[in-house]
Ligand binder design. Sequence first.
Ligand code: COA
Length: 261
Amino acid sequence: MEFTTIKVQLGESMAWINLDRPEVRNALNDAMISELTEAFDWLNSRDDIRVIILKGNGKCFCAGADLDYMKAMANYSYPQNLDDAQKLSKLFQTIHFCDKAVIVCVHGACIGGANGIVSAADIVIAEKETKFAFTEVRLGLTPATISPFVVAKIGLTHAKELMLTGRRFTAEEAKTFGLVNAVVAEGEMIDIERQYIDHFLHASPDAIAECKNLLRMVTCTDDRFNPIYLLTSEAIANQRISEAGQEGMAAFFEKRKPNWE
Ligand code: COA
């Protein structure tokens, strides 16, 4: 398959996906969201693939939603804006409902929407120096479409602190919050990644898929038609065209403080 914003490499029983917009720190724009969703769907449909490993090219894993394209949503009709927000939610759902074992390896920075990917995945390995944050409120936005996945992963106490303050936190803290499974020194990522791959290859692929289904059932996150996905898409569609959202995103690009600071 041909992609422009991601790179996909197939190996025996596994596939690597690399986010590939390093010049904007792999920020998720509409093309990357579509391609990533398509890649996960395609790999999920292949019997020969048992483990999917997602990484980011360049300095950072991912700077979250592409603020340039989010800001431009003010020029779109509301139905277009909502449709677009639902595509972002669909990406997280696609990873959450994937039958294959999904490992995410993060480095550099893992901000905003990137934590939706992390929360929807099965195993997250973080380089020690990775900076994490849910910056949305500092941008006049809300971490809307990611919230069902993040809250299910880390619980309300941590979600409240991190989402309401927008503060940065370290990889070690992310581990204590349950957002990541392992923190590694630079250069050790490949060994730990390999260990998890080996664990998954010892397991039956059918049992992995069933076990993932079981874990969704016991955490009540197994409803593909849960209205929360639409409600959270509506929330971000409204927030990104709001006065606060437009001001926060403009301030980011103009490298200045927003008018509420
Ligand atoms: N959307 C669009 N562009 C982004 C972006 C985003 N989320 N994050 C970074 N960029 C762009 C910057 O505008 C900059 O562009 P420029 O070279 O034209 O000035 C380029 O990517 C490099 O960013 P910079 O901040 O210089 O990189 P850095 O390595 O010093 O820091 C981050 C990396 C991820 C820590 C920092 O870019 C950041 O905090 N980004 C914002 C992340 C965010 O708040 N996302 C939440 C979205 S809801």
